[in-house]
Design a protein around this ligand. Structure first.
Ligand code: SAH
Length: 368
């Protein structure tokens, strides 16, 4: 993978590198690691079946594995990566935000959202974010470091275990959807994110067996990485955080736009759609009197019409110190109507977790 021009800007400091974990490895890597411990390779499959199939993180439950082998494997390959700092919920316990401490001390957050027909987990790919979008709380403190594949996967597994045990309101359940819309820019941590997507989608005991169609990777628009992702053969949904149809405004709202312009980002998105046959999602946070004018809706429609696309409008969520607020209801409605009239599929996102600072753009993990 060739470095991106200016990649230094995106490169995370090496601070607090996490230890290797079973979830960093593919099945062959797991067998090799287990053999290095002096154990037969098939123990790797047994532990994977416990960890991913039965969602058991308690080695004493692995009755098919002799105790010394259990101990050796958990000591070497199953270090605790995420230490719970706190869990807060709202919506009658169906929205749960978790704050985790990583090795090195950085904090990240994940959010579980239960709906009648699905459970979506919103997960972080980096501690902090280097993209510096002025309306997003995560960007304000900058980037601390990239997460490893296992640190990403374990956020989903934590939710999956808690659902399986019936700890989430609504009874026992499963994670059906995963969105890379928590802290961080997933495509600036490309290798770990692709590894995590493989782990999440491959069937047990290799992975968690979540359908790729239920997974969404959201990006500010790192064009070379969008094109790389298109070549991975992973039919995940791509979401592009556009927020403005014109370069002048997008240069300020999504600063990486000074590197890759709206037209380049959209061309990459269409190429992604063609390669994967997936409808691309366009994220657009509606900000009062900033990007919600009727003419911008028309310009957005000009750029999208005729493509396999869906627009997700997000009423701006409040963040500390920001002077911006969500659009007036009538402006939001006019924006929706303008897109609909042009035949562009559009929905307004039902924002969850605002009251626990768990909604889009609010994840900052500032208070341990
Ligand atoms: N860095 C990736 C992943 C984060 S996804 C990306 O930008 O796509 C989080 C989504 O919430 C992005 O679309 C982001 O632009 C949006 N967002 C950020 N701050 C927000 C806010 N205050 N209100 C509503 N949406 C916001």
């Amino acid at each position: 993978m060739a470095p991106l021009p200016g990649e230094l800007v995106f490169e995370a400091p090496k601070k607090g590198k996490p230890p290797l974990h079973l979830m960093d490895l593919d099945p062959a890597g797991r067998r090799a690691a287990v053999e290095e411990l002096g154990l037969p390779a098939f123990r790797a499959d047994q532990v994977s079946r416990q960890w991913l199939g039965r969602l058991s993180d308690d080695p004493t439950e692995w009755t098919d594995v002799p105790a010394p082998a259990r101990d050796a494997m958990s000591a070497a390959l199953l270090p605790t990566l995420l230490t719970p700092v706190r869990a807060i919920d709202c919506d009658g316990g169906t929205t749960v935000k978790n704050v985790w401490r990583l090795h090195g001390g950085a904090l990240v957050e994940s959010v579980l959202m239960r709906y009648p027909e699905r459970v979506t987990m919103c997960i972080s790919s980096q501690a902090g974010c280097g993209m510096n979008c002025p309306f997003c709380a995560t960007g304000q403190a900058g980037l601390t470091r990239n997460l490893s594949t296992a640190e990403i996967v374990e956020q989903v597994l934590a939710g999956a275990r808690s659902l399986a045990r019936g700890e989430v309101a609504g009874g026992p359940g499963r994670v059906s959807n995963v969105v890379f819309m928590g802290m961080g820019e997933p495509l600036a941590n490309y290798r770990s994110v692709v590894g995590a997507v493989r782990r999440l989608t491959e069937p047990a005991p290799s992975g968690l067996g979540i359908g790729a169609r239920g997974i969404t990777v959201s990006t500010v628009g790192l064009v070379p990485r969008i094109l790389d992702l298109a070549g991975e053969g992973l039919p995940v949904t791509l979401a592009v955080s556009l927020h403005a149809p014109d370069d002048e405004l997008r240069d300020t709202l999504v600063p990486v736009n000074t590197r890759w312009k709206v037209s380049e980002v959209l061309d990459a998105a269409w190429a992604y759609g063609e390669a994967t046959h997936r409808r691309v999602s366009i994220e657009y946070a509606l900000i009062k009197d900033i990007n919600d004018q009727r003419w911008r809706a028309e310009l957005l429609a000009d750029r999208l019409v005729g493509h396999l696309v869906h627009v997700n409008l997000i009423p701006l969520n409040p963040t500390p110190g920001s002077k911006w607020t969500a659009s007036r209801p009538e402006d939001e409605a006019a924006f929706v109507r303008a897109l609909e009239r042009r035949g562009v599929p559009v929905t307004v996102r039902d924002t969850r977790g605002r009251e626990i600072d768990g909604a889009c753009g609010q994840l900052a993990a500032a208070t341990p």
